[in-house]
Write a protein that binds this ligand. Structure first.
Ligand SMILES: Nc1ncnc2c1ncn2[C@@H]1O[C@H](COP(=O)(O)OP(=O)(O)OP(=O)(O)O)[C@@H](O)[C@H]1O
Length: 273
């Protein structure tokens, strides 16, 4: 399973001159960023700054201009192992070739999932709907249930398999969606931090889980965040979106920047406590 795949490749994503306009105004203008594998990059900014717009442009769900170029490595294809899509990208054999694409594979966890109260859909159905070509209403086979459980175990949510999705807490739902977003393993994982239905303890464990994914899998993680303390503790780099442009740097660099301090004030860094 992709879950078992470890660190094996190097990659970089270049975002060049990304712009989004709405109603004649720029929401984002000429954003240029380099994102690296194995790094957690947090996107911060005041309400309405353009964080979600940025993610939507990356996912190509809204009109935008500019380029997204993903450079990675994949198996050369002659190592004699079974070649699934994941294998090509994450095989640990030594014969690897560089590849470049403008269409990287994204995993996406939205801020929330709208679920009808009382809906009988259980987590198992949700996993099958996302991962299997077999109609969800057919009786679930033992091997499919085991595969679903293994997918969920990546985020320690396998015990939720039989629970109704509408009954899950905000934190439980995030864990299920995160498991789906990393199976199969994407090139870039986009996360929108939950802002409702998750308490402070749940949010902390969400960041710890994201950090462990960053450690275990060599993928680029971009996280829209509203919790600047948790960002300071977990992010490798920060993108601060303000006035349609972006400032990028380490937590310390960005948090001590004049514009950032005007918006958010003085945020203590972990080594200042
Ligand atoms: N389709 C659209 N047409 C016009 N304006 C839009 C459109 N989509 C977003 N906007 C505006 O673009 C700005 C950025 O919105 P966006 O949702 O990206 O902000 P955000 O940083 O994610 O905010 P929040 O932190 O509140 O979630 C807002 O002023 C919003 O009203």
């Amino acid at each position: 399973m992709p879950c078992l795949v470890g660190k094996s490749h190097v990659c970089c994503t270049r975002i060049e001159n990304l712009s989004v306009k709405a109603g004649g105004e720029y929401i984002l203008k000429d954003i240029n960023l380099h994102l690296h594998c194995g790094e957690l990059t947090a996107i911060v900014g005041r309400n309405g700054a353009g964080k979600t717009t940025f993610i939507k442009a990356l996912l190509n769900t809204i009109p935008h201009s500019g380029n997204i170029i993903f450079e990675g490595e994949r198996c050369a294809g002659n190592c004699g192992k079974d070649h699934t899509t994941d294998h090509d990208r994450f095989c640990t054999c030594r014969k690897r070739i560089p590849y470049t694409t403008t269409k990287p594979v994204f995993g996406y966890v939205p801020q929330t999932l709208s679920v009808e109260p009382g809906s009988p859909v259980c987590v198992e159905d949700l996993v099958f709907a996302c991962t299997s070509k077999r109609p969800v209403w057919l009786r679930h086979r033992k091997k499919d249930i085991e595969a679903a459980s293994e997918i969920l175990s990546c985020t320690n949510s396998h015990q939720l398999l039989k629970r109704r999705v509408c009954d899950l807490s905000g934190g439980e739902l995030q864990r299920v969606m995160l498991a789906l977003a990393i199976n199969p393993l994407p090139d870039i994982l986009l996360l929108d931090e939950p802002v409702s239905g998750v308490d402070r303890v749940g949010l902390k464990s969400f960041y710890e889980l994201v950090s462990s994914i960053r450690r275990d899998f060599d993928i680029t993680i971009l996280l829209i965040s509203h919790d600047l303390d948790l960002v300071a503790r977990h992010a490798d780099r920060v993108v601060f979106i303000n006035n349609a442009s972006a400032v990028v740097g380490t937590v310390k660099d960005v948090y001590r920047q004049k514009d950032f301090m005007e918006v958010f004030g003085h945020i203590m860094l972990p080594d200042e406590y």
